[in-house]
Design a protein around this ligand. Structure first.
Ligand code: ADP
Ligand code: ZN
Ligand code: ZN
Length: 733
């Protein structure tokens, strides 16, 4: 019998991050399990607190009186013993607390007490009579008839302006009924079936070898269009035939309706779709469906890795190189690493795929830790596009001051005359649309963030992309008074307006952060372009993702090197990935595609190798540089970022921490300390930011003790300085 339980209190205080021993009362002896959520009285004041059971034992090694657990909150434990192993591991790896971990593996609604199901109204057909045969009941009745299954109680009340209690009385009298239903973005539609393809020999041998292999982790390096998604689908159906379940992770930005459509078309509607736009209630529903074993397959963004499948057979990670797989809030986990840990605990297989695998994964494949497969050809027989580099400095020497090279302009007119389509891509990374004075060099910056403001011609205003503050543009330079104050560089808006001037008959569409804010706008733009309602699609990162436009034969990359100039050891890798991914959009049909890469840095190795489609060549050179510089994967980087509104206090404090750390690090000759320095983004939302970077070989436990030291030192300034610690952050900005 378990007489004692170890309980972590649901609190964000780092000092409470351990198990406290409580006695299990007799009435709960059979019910309390690992993962149970309970209430206890805690601390000197015996205040009531919520906690999670992480240990159970017959004896307890405590002196004095042991308090009893007060009550059990749910009818089932919220996490399993396997989850607990995962939590312990995450705590070590990501330097975070139990509660941080528990909060990502159970849906956020639960601990806040939101357990409401998404219950929607269905039409009953029962005619209104008596005192209900009048307004507002008639309107409600008609509304539900037209919008059957789409509205829950609160939303229906909001939409019809009828009180909740009136709706309740309509339910009581049988005029309306409610039924549980999820209202995910794509759920109420049916999908054209997406027929299973006969695998080609290359695909087939990969599928067979993964299913047979003794290894647990696999990397498919396959060019865009080589049939990786088809491989995932075949793997998943094998897994499901075995009675096991599967998770497919895709980057949030790729989790488009088309992607979901393809999977639903193959596997029917019994797929759980998990993304950040779900409401708390919807998240809870999906989580619960899976917990109860009613769904065997989920497709989702990063956090779907934690969905509570029993009998998990496989985790698939598409576009594994994407930096969005790493979380930037605590716990700063990496979904690829979580997949690895889960595989170690449950034995499930992990399959990663990409046209441009991350350096880290590829390096693991080289060292034999994971098994690599390669696909060099497109599955549907389409040819790989031809990639041409244009040196923009030469264009300038030849008196071309336009943002488009002559080659690109010729290419566009040729495509327009042949009735084919064009995609123009602009890298959103890099500071592209700042306004500056050509005379004195003044640049508009946000008053709260240390970042240039971006010019939006639509509203004729300057906007901060970090905090959203905006201001008007002056007629003359605020610094020197000259009138040569102009916006500089490029934005998608600017490209669109230039294109309209040069090709007045071409129909254009823009897909970027600003045009895709509405709920279905992304899909609308996609469909318009697919149906050839536009000739030229201009966009940012979003156009690089998974779109299969068969009539696109030219892709122009306007400024390939915008991301190269960021002071980040990953910038070459990112540039290579972007050019390759965007190029993959050209020539997906019967017609051959061409890509034009405009750059000011044509000799840069990442651009050269991307243009040749030479992934291996790039990797060899990049790995050599990383090794020489002792960057990951040859080392780990521990980044300690501190921020505060009080600049003096911050600097004094971080310098002090730096001195103490440096003294302590004398015992570890394999770790170097850099800084403290101001961060690249040295001010965000009025908070100044400074950074300490430790680089080297962290033996087990070392990172944890550094973290503890930093937090212990921080006790006195806890209210004024925020500290964030990240291992191998996806960006050093
Ligand atoms: P990736 O995920 O590698 O980009 P996809 O799986 O999306 O590649 O395949 C690219 C295109 O080729 C799709 O239109 C797909 O339907 C088609 N395709 C994939 N595998 C096959 C196959 N074995 N036979 C015919 N067409 C295929
Ligand atoms: Zn700002
Ligand atoms: Zn000026």
């Amino acid at each position: 019998m378990n007489r004692y339980a170890g309980i972590v209190i649901n609190s964000t205080t780092a000092a409470l991050d351990r198990a406290f021993t409580y006695a299990v009362p007799d009435k709960l002896k059979n019910e309390i399990q690992i993962g149970s959520r309970v209430t206890v009285s805690f601390g000197k004041g015996n205040r009531k607190a919520e906690g999670f059971v992480i240990a159970l034992s017959e004896d307890a090694d405590v002196q004095g009186e042991v308090k009893e657990i007060f009550s059990l909150c749910d009818s089932m434990p919220l996490f399993t013993e396997d989850d607990l192993l995962l939590i312990e591991k995450m705590r070590e790896m990501y330097l975070c607390t139990y509660v941080d971990c528990i909060k990502v593996i159970i849906p956020s609604g639960i601990t806040k007490g939101i357990r409401e199901k998404t219950v929607n109204f269905l039409y009953t057909g029962m005619e209104l009579s008596g005192r209900y045969n009048k307004e507002p009941y008639i309107s409600v009745w008609n509304f539900v008839m037209e919008h059957e299954g789409q509205y829950n109680k609160n939303r229906l009340s909001g939409e019809t302006n009828v009180s909740l209690s009136s709706l309740t009385s309509m339910i009581t009298h049988g005029y309306l009924i409610q039924k549980e239903k999820s209202i995910g973005r794509w759920d109420d539609r049916t999908f054209a079936s997406y027929t299973k393809k006969e695998l080609n020999p290359g695909q087939k041998s990969i599928v067979e070898s993964i299913l047979k292999s003794e290894k647990s982790t696999f990397l498919i390096h396959g060019v865009t269009g080589s049939g990786k998604t088809e491989i995932y689908m075949h793997l998943v159906s094998e897994i499901m035939q075995n009675g096991e379940s599967a998770i497919i992770l895709v980057p949030e930005i790729s989790l488009t309706p088309q992607m979901v459509e393809r999977f639903k078309g193959r596997f029917g509607n019994d797929i759980s779709v998990f993304h950040s736009r779900l409401s708390l209630g919807e998240r809870f529903d999906e989580w619960f469906r899976i917990k109860e074993g009613n769904v065997k397959l989920a497709i989702g963004a990063r956090s779907a890795i934690f969905l509570p499948f029993k009998n998990l057979g496989m985790i698939i990670i598409d576009e594994e190189h994407e930096s969005s797989y790493k979380s930037d809030s605590d716990p700063k986990y990496d979904a690829r690493e979580i997949a690895g840990i889960k595989s170690g605990i449950t034995g499930c297989k992990v399959v990663m795929g990409s046209a441009t695998p991350s350096i880290e994964s590829y390096y693991k494949a080289r060292t034999g830790e994971i098994k690599l497969f390669t696909l060099n050809k497109r599955a549907d027989g389409a040819e790989m596009p031809e990639i041409n580099i244009v040196d923009m400095r030469e264009e300038l020497l030849n008196n071309n001051r336009s943002i488009f090279s002559r080659g690109l302009l010729d290419g566009i007119s040729e495509r327009l005359s042949r009735n084919e389509q064009v995609i123009l891509f602009l890298n959103r990374r890099g500071f592209s649309t700042f306004v500056s004075c050509r005379k004195c060099g003044f640049v508009y910056k946000c008053s709260s963030c240390d970042i240039s403001l971006t010019y939006h011609s639509g509203e004729n205003r300057l906007v901060c992309h970090y905090c959203g503050k905006s201001r008007e543009l002056d007629k003359t330079c605020p610094s020197c008074g000259s009138k040569y104050i102009k916006y500089f560089g490029l934005g998608t808006e600017r490209i669109e307006s230039e294109i309209k001037k040069l090709f007045p008959n071409a129909r254009t569409l823009r897909m970027d952060f600003d045009t895709t804010r509405g709920k279905n706008s992304h899909e609308r733009i996609y469909n318009q372009f697919k149906n050839h309602e536009a000739d030229i699609l201009i966009g940012t990162q979003m156009v690089a993702k998974g779109h299969d436009f068969k009539n696109v034969t030219l892709v122009g990359i306007i400024a390939a090197d915008l991301s190269l100039n960021l002071p980040d050891y990953k910038s070459a890798e990112r540039t290579f990935q972007l050019i390759t991914q965007v190029s993959g959009r050209a020539g997906r049909g019967r017609k051959k595609g061409t890509v034009i890469v405009q750059t000011y840095d044509p000799d840069n190795y990442s651009i050269k190798y991307a243009a040749k489609g030479d992934y291996k060549g790039f990797i060899d050179e990049e790995l050599a540089i990383r090794k020489h510089m002792d960057y990951p994967p040859f080392s780990d980087i521990l980044c300690i970022t501190m921020s505060s509104e009080q600049e003096d206090l911050l600097i004094k404090y971080i310098q002090n921490v730096g001195i103490i750390l440096k003294n302590n690090l004398r015992n570890y000759d394999k770790i170097d300390m850099l800084g403290p320095n101001p961060c690249m983004l040295s001010k965000i939302k009025d908070a100044y930011r400074w950074q300490l970077m430790l680089k080297g070989d962290f033996e087990p436990g070392v990172a944890g003790s550094i973290r503890k030291m930093v937090y212990d030192l921080a006790r006195d300034v806890y209210n004024d300085i925020r500290i964030s610690i990240d291992i191998n952050p996806s960006s050093l900005l």
